[in-house]
Design a protein. Structure first.
Length: 256
């Protein structure tokens, strides 16, 4: 009975994420739409991976970790492209993220074939690489918070969606880290609950505010394409009148 309930919740959560991803197809030219669709697809797969218990699915820890690492990459790309801040999603950045993901996969696979003397060093290396990957996800959360709170230039639906995904990422990261030290069943239950809450709240936000029907934040694109092309000195301040940004004309005029 419990197994059936878990599978039903996992299947419904998966369908919810797929429905979210489908909404991005119509607006795929909008900022952040395609990365969000990819993120939803990965979360759909992840919800199916955490629904069955270990006894049913077998040893799927590697698959779960790799899927979560992909979720981190997709989340970072979504935060960067939707807000228009942070590094530009260039080919070099994508190749670097792909290389980091390969290091995670190879490191986890290597733990089963290396000698006992090298296992400790390999685990330490894996921990550092995975911690760096998680830090990228936290960086995406900081970008989202800065855009929503400091710059305050995102539509209400976009801000809520970013916060939902960002907080959800943090919760999933904590649970994935704890899966080896806590009860596997309890941790899998928590992962499934968090995934379901992300799907439900994201569905409500996307359909209520039509997040991708409008444009996202201009962010660094506005700075490069508008501000620095202006001859007039322009400075941007927040509500507390703290300087956030300025164009080249302002910097040259005041020597900043």
């Amino acid at each position: 009975m419990i197994l059936t309930g878990r599978l039903v919740v996992g299947a419904v959560t998966c369908l919810g994420f797929l429905a979210l991803g489908a909404t991005t197809l119509e607006h795929r030219s909008r900022p952040g739409a395609l990365p969000f669709g990819f993120l939803c697809l990965l979360l759909a797969v992840f919800s199916l991976l955490v629904a069955p218990p270990e006894a049913v699915l077998g040893n799927s820890l590697l698959v779960r970790i790799v899927t979560f690492e992909l979720i981190i990459v997709a989340w970072l790309l979504f935060a960067v492209t939707y807000t228009g801040r942070g590094p530009v999603a260039s080919t070099r950045l994508l190749l670097g993220l792909a290389g980091l993901l390969m290091l995670v996969i190879l490191g986890i696979k290597a733990t089963s074939v290396v000698s006992a003397e090298a296992v400790g060093l390999l685990f330490a290396t894996n921990y550092i690489v995975q911690s760096f990957t998680s830090a990228l996800g936290v960086y995406g959360l900081l970008i989202a918070v800065r855009s929503a709170v400091v710059y305050d230039d995102l539509p209400p639906g976009g801000s809520r969606l970013l916060m939902i995904c960002g907080v959800g990422f943090v919760c999933l990261a904590v649970l994935i880290t704890a899966i080896s030290s806590a009860s596997a069943r309890v941790t899998l239950d928590a992962l499934l609950v968090v995934s379901s809450l992300i799907a439900l709240s994201s569905l409500a936000t996307v359909f209520r505010y039509e997040v991708f029907a409008g444009a996202g934040s201009a962010g660094h694109l506005a700075r490069k394409q508008v501000l620095d092309e202006m001859d007039a000195a322009v400075v941007i301040v927040d509500r507390a009148e703290r300087v956030l940004d300025c164009n080249e004309a302002f910097a040259d005029l005041f020597g900043v």
